[in-house]
Design a protein around this ligand. Sequence first.
Ligand code: GLN
Length: 189
Amino acid sequence: MKIGVLALQGAVREHRNMLQKLGAETVDVLTPKDLEGIDGLVLPGGESTTVGKLLLRYNLLEPIIQLGRKGLPVFGTCTGLILLAKHINGSDQLRLGLMDMHVERNAFGRQLASFEADMQIPVLGTEPFHTVFIRAPYIEKVGETVTVLLEHEGKILMAEQANFLVAAFHPELTDDTRLHGYFMKKCKK
Ligand code: GLN
């Protein structure tokens, strides 16, 4: 299985390591050609306004939108979640806009710019998952076709819709491979 990791910004190496640990071959995506033959695509964290502009400049925005519409599994963490959302509250920044959800950026307030917590994520089993949030967004509301996978204090933090999976936190910054494993199962279908 070959998984692309968008390599414009963010924790590219950490995602790559996780996927390789689980037996996937990986490719850093910087050009449209890098998208050829991949079975899935990971969109790492970073700064979503910057990554949106870079996607356009590197001619990746439209090709990824097309592949996503055709069913390519895409896993977005943090900035990746923001880029996948159709609606970004108060912002007209560039995006892929493939998932029917409203997101709020930098939504945990300044004092909570970065925090960690153990959370129960039913689809990953009974063992709590250590979640790392860095200037994280949350999902305010989702459309009917989106399944909520984690909600905490009224904020949706993980969701999926058909071939798309998103998390507001950074699973690549832990040693827990379960979430990447969950994504890779989507890539096999
Ligand atoms: N605050 C960032 C944004 O708006 C996301 C932060 C992250 O990816 N860790 O894009």
